[in-house]
Design a binder for this molecule. Structure first.
Ligand code: HEM
Length: 485
């Protein structure tokens, strides 16, 4: 009836518009710093998300408006220590996750990562956390597996000595083989040597479903209607080869004692096979892109002419301490910390809901139901008293005693609190063991075909990767340096 009467329709639209504007200008978030447009609309933020550039946009807003910024009518970003502690640490595991994490359900199941509320999360974490404890990672069977895969990595690279090697591929293979070893050895992958397994890694890594999944998140109805047209431009996420791997591995018996699967198969925990497969697929994806990309950005950085002194110093530490354990080498530790500070594999906002009753965060009252977040990229850069010259790659900052506590508190690459990264110790072991093996043998330099644009940060869901999805480096053996450099 309304549709048939244009004046009535116009009046109704006018009233709705007035009410919308009234609601925005009286919103409790109106007094927060931030661009005026963000009080009325989230379109600018969404546009940047669709362009895989959200992280830098939010960081730019922090640089302009300070530690607290309204980024959309119902969304606020914090870059302060107070923000990190309150949002991710209060009550142990911080505020509940938002529906954004629905995008990470697997086979229709919620995994540890995609559970939204504290209770469900705590129940699942009680089962899984044990296998990610540092004491379990440092067990010889677990560590030997990582060492073996690192040797395979070196062997593969050695075949291309002097020429360019695409480390983006090899490092993702390495991360894939390490994580599946930890998840379900002896049924894990061998993508560093077997091209069939490498195809599985590529299916997970070369995924271009960002825009498709964003439409699904913001407007499921629209996604239902235009899904097939949309998939011509941005494919839905499909990983049938990885599905086959986890479904067949979780059906097998007798996985090694240190693996996640052995824990989940324990009858006490009553997990169905599909729940186990969902967890494995989730951890596999979490383990491949994060560790693979973090190593890739780091090795690219220290291969630049301005960073060769970092390689020299690292090599000196590695060659003079061949017997020391990988986790007892201070400069290696500083290089890894600085790599994760400058290039956190998950650089972007980790969204949470403000609990009932609202909360005061960093001096601002934020009403319940508001989406709040911090992003590692900004937490690692914004406070120049803690991180002077934040855009400079400088491992030495981690070796200074002054300011150590503040640096550690603001280090957010693995997030923090009860929902921080459960795979942290595994990831650090993988990174350090590989860097030790590579830089005890080779100097790395960029291949001349690479450009800075190839290595620009491109946001995905929720990790970031080099925009060119390649990273060609030349590996030069230490004993024949003069011949190649
Ligand atoms: C350099 C490597 C890594 C980085 C930078 C990283 C970073 C993170 C971050 C920031 C989170 C919190 C995400 C959020 O709240 O939305 C997280 C959670 C998680 N990560 Fe990692 N991660 C890495 C490696 C790994 C590995 C190797 C695994 C497993 C094999 C893993 C498994 C997980 C899981 C299961 C969660 C969810 C934890 C929970 O909700 O309790 N991560 N990671």
């Amino acid at each position: 009836m309304l549709l048939l009467n244009p004046p009535l329709l116009a009046a109704a639209c006018f009233i709705i518009a007035i009410l919308y504007v009234y609601r925005c200008v009286t919103s409790p978030l109106r007094s927060l710093p931030g661009p005026r447009t963000s009080l009325f609309s989230s379109w600018v933020l969404k546009y940047r998300e669709f362009r895989a550039d959200r992280t830098r946009y939010v960081h730019h807003l922090h640089q302009r408006y300070g530690l607290v910024v309204r980024i959309a009518p119902n969304e606020v970003s914090f870059a302060s220590l107070e923000g990190v502690k309150e949002i991710y640490g209060s009550g142990g595991s911080g505020y509940d996750k938002t529906e954004f994490y629905n995008l990470f359900t697997v086979y229709g199941r919620r995994t540890m990562f995609s559970t939204l509320n504290k209770e469900d999360h705590a129940r699942r974490k009680r089962v899984l956390a044990d296998r990610y404890a540092n004491s379990n990672i440092l067990k010889s069977n677990s560590l030997d597996g990582i060492r073996e895969r690192s040797r395979r990595f070196v062997e593969r690279c050695s075949r291309h000595v002097g020429g360019g090697v695409d480390l983006f591929i090899c490092l993702h293979d390495y991360a894939f083989d390490c994580v599946t070893h930890h998840l379900f050895h002896p049924y894990g992958s061998d993508s560093l040597r077997d091209p069939k397994d490498e195809e599985i890694m590529k299916q997970v890594t070369f995924d271009d479903s960002l825009q498709n999944r964003l439409v699904q998140y913001y407007n499921p109805t629209l996604h239902g209607i235009i899904g097939s047209v949309l998939s011509l431009f941005s494919k839905p996420r499909q990983t049938p080869l990885a599905d086959d791997l986890v479904i067949s591995a979780t059906a097998k018996t007798g996985p090694a004692q240190f693996t996640l699967l052995s824990r989940m198969q324990d009858k006490n925990y009553n997990m169905t096979q599909i729940d186990m497969a969902a967890e494995c697929l989730d951890h596999m994806a979490a383990g491949i892109d994060t560790t693979g990309d973090a190593l890739c950005f780091l090795m690219w950085q220290i291969s630049q002419p301005g960073s060769l002194h970092v390689q020299e110093r690292l090599r000196e530490e590695l060659l003079t301490n061949p017997e020391s354990s990988f986790d007892k080498l201070p400069y290696l530790d500083a290089v890894v910390s600085e790599g994760l500070r400058c290039f956190p594999a998950i650089p972007m906002s980790l969204p949470r809901y403000v609990p009932p009753g609202g909360r005061t965060i960093d001096g601002y009252f934020i009403p319940e139901g508001t989406i709040v977040s911090c992003q590692a990229y900004s937490a690692h850069r914004i406070d120049e008293a803690v991180f002077p010259q934040p855009d400079t790659f400088n491992p030495d900052r981690w070796l200074q005693e002054a300011g150590e506590l503040d640096r550690k508190r603001l280090f957010f690459a693995f997030a923090s609190g009860g929902r921080g990264c459960v795979g942290k110790h595994l990831a650090l072991a993988e990174m350090k063991i590989l860097l030790r093996d590579v830089y005890s043998r080779f100097v790395t330099v960029p291949d001349s075909s690479m450009t800075a644009e190839d290595m620009e940060m491109s946001d995905q869901l929720i990790s970031s990767q080099p925009r060119g999805t390649k990273c060609l480096l030349r590996l030069v053996p230490l004993d024949g340096r003069e011949r190649y450099l």
